[in-house]
Design a protein around this ligand. Structure first.
Ligand code: ZN
Ligand code: ZN
Length: 467
């Protein structure tokens, strides 16, 4: 859809009253592959109780409600479902439109008004709840409302399940000298301002947002997000949360970090990374996962498409894996909070892992002896026997440390799961799965990125060792 046609389009949409929904069944295998190609079973072989079901999520997407994106908000969630996602969230930008401010800038988008500059306002926030409620089908497809706290320089954070929203203008994280120079990246209609501004000190802070996030909803003018959970988005792109400055109360509500996010992929701006392992390397930013876990945050990996194009659930963009007990909003919330998650860009992929029987994403005592890692990996019949490489990664100073690399073959049904030993050093350890058939990341380098290993196909959430 061309931006110029939006007004006409929106009017037509209002008459049609939304999309006639295609509602695919919730199959026993993961969807999203080409017709006739079967994905993995939803049952982990590392779940002896068989109480868990693997679902694929895409928790980060934008429609034209965001102001910088295309895409019909009434259809987006249905398109995500049709693309094989089981769990989806529209996380429209929150920039400066909250609490009545947006109304002064633009007409309502439902009336074909402009959607630049401000991000969501109160009217959008209410409408987004109705749209998500309409798409939600417990037991089969879980949709819910979210927003992306979108600052120009201190980072983007998706907030899920909360009653209230806030935005950077109201948390003092929008207008600073540095951000004037960066604003064109959030607000497409504006042109880049002099690079001079980029040299000024950055005075925006992340802490006011964390204080909002940990405040009870309905409190004062800005409300609060204490009923919500959150994710660190595209670390390094628009900021890295002040080098992952730790906040002990917010740490009880932030459970995810994006390992894969397609927003910068082929997006110009000299960035070509979908794999956030490498994002910011060219500008000497700290390696994001190492910085995040070393700061003390205990978050699991996800993958998202962060779609802005209006074509949702595209093959090859990020997806997340979650193990749910119940296919409901509450079930998804609890699954995210266990951090038994992975990030991937492969539809139909199942991964689960345990260390001495403890699931990925868990906290555990620091082991005295090497851990026995079991890795369950499956992507249906097509991948049986496929060669992959498993990297075992722990903390380092600027970069993480590559402890080990194991070549593995994806086992077929009835074959034992992949098992190896790993001796952790430091307070966390995660697995990076590489596929020699996948291209290396343009920003990647040895020892992690290597043509023998191929590009990363998945990140397995860390185990965190108590100090
Ligand atoms: Zn973002
Ligand atoms: Zn986004």
């Amino acid at each position: 859809m061309e931006r110029l046609q939006r007004r006409t389009f929106v009017k037509a949409l209002a008459l049609a009253g939304g999309a006639a929904a295609v509602r695919p069944a919730f199959g026993s295998t993961l969807g999203g592959l080409d017709d006739g190609v079967k994905g993995a079973s939803r049952r982990s072989r590392l779940d002896p109780t068989k109480s868990l079901t693997l679902v694929h999520s895409d928790l980060h997407n934008h429609s034209f409600i965001s102001g910088d994106a295309e895409g019909d908000p009434y259809k987006a969630l249905h398109h995500l479902r049709a693309a094989g996602l089981d769990v989806a969230c529209m996380t429209e930008h929150a920039v400066s439109g909250g609490y009545g401010l947006g109304d002064h800038v633009c007409a309502k988008w439902q009336d074909g008004g402009c959607r630049f500059i401000t991000g969501i306002d109160d009217n959008d926030w209410q409408t987004m709840a109705k749209i998500a409620d309409e798409a939600y089908e417990p037991g089969r497809f879980v949709a819910f409302r979210g927003f992306e706290y979108s600052t120009p320089t201190v980072g983007h954070i998706s907030v899920f399940f909360g009653k209230d929203f806030t935005d950077p203008a109201h948390e003092g994280a929008l207008v600073t000298p540095t951000e004037v120079g960066e604003a064109y990246r959030v607000f497409p209609p504006l042109e880049p301002v002099s690079p001079y501004f980029k040299k000024l000190p950055n005075t925006a802070e992340i802490t006011p947002f964390y204080e909002w996030l940990t405040t009870q909803p309905g409190t004062g003018l800005l409300g609060g997000g204490a009923d919500a959970i959150a994710s660190f988005n595209h670390p390094g792109y628009f900021g890295n949360f002040q080098d992952f400055l730790y906040h002990h109360k917010a740490a009880k509500q932030i459970f995810l970090i994006e390992g894969f996010n397609a927003i910068t992929f082929n997006g110009g701006d000299s960035h070509d990374a979908t794999d956030y392992f490498w994002y910011g390397r060219d500008s000497k930013m700290p390696q994001p996962f190492n910085a995040c876990f070393n700061a003390g945050w205990k978050v699991g990996f996800s993958g998202v498409s962060d779609e802005h194009s209006g074509t949702f659930g595209q093959t090859g963009k990020g997806r997340g894996g979650l193990y749910v007990k119940h296919m409901t909003r509450e079930g998804v919330r609890r699954a995210i909070m266990t951090r038994r998650t992975f990030g991937t860009r492969e539809p139909g992929l199942r991964i689960d892992a345990t260390a001495n029987g403890v699931p990925m994403g868990s906290e555990m005592a620091r082991p005295a002896k090497p851990l026995t890692i079991k890795l369950d990996i499956d992507r249906g019949p097509q991948w049986v026997g496929r060669k992959l490489y498993v990297q075992v990664i722990g903390p380092g100073k600027d970069d993480p440390t590559l402890h080990d690399v194991f070549p593995v073959r994806v086992p077929g049904d009835g074959k034992p799961v992949i098992t190896f030993d790993a001796a952790p050093e430091g307070s966390w350890l995660f697995l990076r799965i590489c596929d020699p058939k996948r291209a290396n990341d343009p920003l990647g380098h040895a020892p992690f990125e290597d043509s023998t290993y191929g590009g990363a196909v998945a990140y397995v959430s860390p185990w965190f060792f108590r100090r």
